[in-house]
Write a protein that binds this ligand. Structure first.
Ligand code: GLN
Length: 507
């Protein structure tokens, strides 16, 4: 498969130009996007003018290392002067005044940012159906979901509406949609990539990462977004490897751990067979398969949905309709409160003055009602559910039983990985238990929706890295992904494993 390095070579030698390349994508977006609803903001004139500026730099021999690379950006990552909606009504009118660090880095290297991609509201979901803009559709079969929450970012790459894209992964939101749409998606180690300018969902889990059509392009994008950033104190000062070179010169043995817990109940039979067949092929390629155990994995979903919702309830407190975000109509608030006071007065006819005063005090103040109404109108159902859950697990009386306990279990899950990585380089699993489900199929069943994350969330709980790479096609015609998880800052190992699968699959 052609990778971006060869496209860049053609550009630098003048065999193609960026105007033609971007025009090809503009046409494709215009033809296909209304069907799959993957880009939510796209301004063709801006794209043309950016392409011309970058082309000029190429002509002058001054282009950066990502010149010619055309990138979609999840609408949760801040881009200066662009709307950043997080697919939420509450931010439908919010324009960022600064660039996230990853955006700054891409621009410095002359990547062309072509548009903003759809997602589940505030990245909460596994299907991109919880979006203010309506669901994205899987380019492979538009009756099916893209996965989520970075469904738009997966779909724009799968439908070839751009070269690569950025997503965010808090519990699987890059890897699961990559698997559902048949592209490569990587969640780097927590802290590997700066979170500055990423709208926070659950800050101790959130990671920005790449989607691409192949492993080499994934490595290229990762190389340029990784690294310490003084704007994000949690970003790590660990050395950034040359991921592209590591993939291109992949040699030597890989020890791959196979955890039985990831191949148990709930896994679709064909998905299992596809993953196991890949493992058999890998065994012939200087790979040793080693059984490992991750005994606390079964607590992953419960632990994640306690901790992530707790963090979300705190992070989303800032959307109050006063400082920014959707604000309810102030006159409506006044009218509502007036009517409530009037009704109470009627009800309390004959009551003592003290009683009336006490009851009247139970009516919200205008400010409190404005907060409530703005948030009620601005947030969608799933986001409200998470804020409620998160507030509950953090409340006095429940804090120890839920939040504090989940923190301890998180530690045990992390320890499982520490122990396993003493024995192996990489751990393998299916990325998701099934292929992309039908639109609407899980919408009324949040628990079923959460179960989609069963194989991906442990990596976020442990802070390690993970990648999903296409492993085959199910008899239903939909793609199946295989996941490799690597130790902290060992992105090179999972890229190498993924590259071997890619080579086998395209052979
Ligand atoms: N599906 C998970 C959730 O709904 C993960 C989301 C994500 O990684 N942003 O929380």
């Amino acid at each position: 498969m052609k990778n971006l390095l060869s496209v860049q070579e053609q550009l630098m030698s003048g065999k193609t130009d960026l105007k033609d390349l971007s025009e090809k994508y503009i046409e494709k977006i215009k033809a296909r996007n209304s069907e799959i609803n993957a880009f939510v903001h796209f301004n063709e004139e801006e794209v043309r003018s950016d392409a011309a500026k970058i082309q000029k730099k190429i002509n002058d021999g001054k282009a950066g290392e990502l010149a010619g690379v055309i990138v979609g950006v999840k609408d949760v990552i801040c881009e200066r002067g662009k709307k950043v909606t997080c697919a939420s009504k509450i931010l439908h009118n919010f324009t960022s005044v600064y660039d996230a660090t990853v955006i700054k880095k891409l621009k410095e290297q002359d990547a062309l940012l072509i548009g903003r991609t759809n997602l589940d509201e505030f990245a909460m979901g596994s299907s991109t159906e919880n979006s203010f803009f309506g669901p994205s559709k899987n380019p492979v079969n538009t009756k099916h979901v893209t996965g989520g929450s970075s469904g738009g970012s997966a779909a724009v790459v799968a439908a070839d509406l751009c070269d690569v894209s950025l997503g965010s992964d808090t519990g699987g939101s890059i890897r699961q949609p990559a698997s559902y749409c048949g592209v490569v998606g990587m969640k780097p180690t927590y802290s590997r990539v700066s979170r500055y300018g990423l709208v926070a969902y659950a800050s101790s889990f959130d990671c920005i990462g790449p989607f691409a059509k192949n492993v080499t392009d994934t490595a290229l994008l990762l190389k340029h977004i990784a690294g310490k950033d003084e704007m994000d104190n949690s970003s790590a000062d660990a050395k950034v490897d040359d991921y592209v070179a590591a993939v291109q010169k992949d040699e030597g043995k890989l020890k791959i751990g196979v955890p039985k817990e990831y191949f148990g109940e709930g896994l679709d039979d064909e998905v299992r067979t596809i993953v196991e067949d890949q493992l058999k092929t890998l065994e012939t390629q200087n790979v040793e398969l080693v059984p490992v155990t991750l005994p606390h994995m079964k607590y992953g979903i419960a632990t994640y949905y306690i901790l992530a919702t707790a963090e979300a309830s705190s992070n989303l407190a800032r959307y109050d309709g006063i400082r920014y975000g959707h604000r309810a109509d102030v006159n409506e608030v006044e009218e509502e409160l007036g009517a409530e006071r009037q009704a109470l007065k009627q009800e309390l006819k004959g009551a003592s003055a003290a009683e009336v005063e006490e009851e009247m005090a139970s009516v919200d103040s205008p400010l409190i009602r404005l907060y409530k109404k703005s948030r009620t109108e601005g947030f969608g159902t799933e986001v409200k559910r998470r804020i409620l859950l998160g507030t509950y697990v953090l409340s006095a009386g429940y804090y120890d039983a839920y939040y504090a306990k989940a923190q301890k279990v998180r530690r045990l899950i992390k320890q499982d990985f520490v122990d396993a990585f003493r024995e192996v380089d990489v751990i393998v699993s299916p990325t998701a238990p099934t292929t992309a489900f039908k639109l609407g199929e899980n919408l009324d069943d949040p628990l079923q929706m959460y179960l989609n994350d069963v194989y991906t969330i442990s990596a976020n709980l442990a802070g390690i890295c993970g990648i999903s790479v296409p492993a085959g096609t199910h008899s239903n015609g939909l793609p199946v992904g295989i996941q490799f998880m690597g130790n902290t800052f060992c992105e090179t190992d999972i890229l190498r494993a993924a590259r071997r699968v890619e080579a086998n699959s395209s052979a």
